[in-house]
Design a protein around this ligand. Structure first.
Ligand code: SAM
Length: 226
């Protein structure tokens, strides 16, 4: 069950507020290494489409929620007007209907908390992205043990997924990316939200193996934060 229409409305409003509070700038910076054919896993209401860099030529977006696909419609249309083809698929990260190595870059933004199977999703991302491709990443994650963020995550854990479209607040997505085979030294851990359970965040770029040093330079040095 991936359609949560009430959550869609709430998330769309929060994402809009976030844009104005600095999240839009962060999304733009996260997307900087993206180029060519970009895969977005979990399109949501589509705020990332506003921040695509010029090097992105087309987008394939997975979104299993009908209400989210409807919420993204105007941003999808506006992106097409800018000359970037966008294909939105009713599909999940765990079963990406694309050929091996057919994608140049990937965006994972606030989605790995919600997928049903993290390892299966990252295995699929690994399969479809070309060697050396960028996996642009912006995800809230598990807090440091014994921190007050960790206590907040333990407190909300039993009921938060029912309110937030299945979101699990304490996933170790950085470890999962490394386990899936991506090179993760370009990802930083930071705190970027006012809401304690979702404040601990990883941000930056993971690379599919066979990346050249030149492609990696500079990105891992980017100072994050809003
Ligand atoms: C919190 S929203 C984030 C949307 C967007 N990426 C953003 O940054 O605003 C998470 C989205 O992931 C979608 N989703 C949930 N499970 C998924 C799965 N297994 N595969 C792909 N998308 C999924 C949800 O429907 C929802 O639209």
């Amino acid at each position: 069950m991936h359609d949560h229409p009430i959550f869609t409305g709430v998330y769309r409003a929060l994402a809009g507020l976030g844009e104005r509070a600095g999240l839009g700038d962060l999304r733009a910076r996260v997307l900087e290494p993206a180029r060519g054919r970009l895969l977005i896993v979990g399109l949501g209401p589509g705020h990332d489409l506003v921040h695509l860099p010029p090097a992105v030529t087309s987008v394939v977006a997975l979104e299993p929620s009908e209400s989210m696909r409807a919420a993204a419609r105007s941003r999808v249309a506006a992106t097409k007007v800018r000359g970037i083809d966008v294909e939105v698929l009713d599909a999940r990260g765990e079963a990406i209907p694309l050929a091996d190595k057919s994608i140049d870059s990937v965006l994972l933004a606030y989605v790995m908390c919600s997928v049903d199977d993290v390892d299966a999703t990252l295995a699929e991302v690994y399969r479809v992205v070309r060697p050396g491709g960028a996996v642009c990443t912006l995800e809230h994650v598990r807090a440091q043990p014994d921190s007050w963020h960790a206590r907040a995550q333990r407190f909300v854990r039993p009921w938060w997924p029912r309110l937030a479209g299945g979101c699990q607040v304490d996933r170790d997505t950085l470890a999962a990316l490394a386990k899936a085979g991506f090179e993760v030294s370009g990802i930083a851990t930071t705190t970027i939200a006012n809401l304690p359970p979702v404040a601990p965040t990883i941000v930056g770029v993971a690379w599919a193996p066979e990346v050249t040093n030149a492609a990696n330079q500079g990105v891992s040095d980017t100072p994050w934060g809003i």
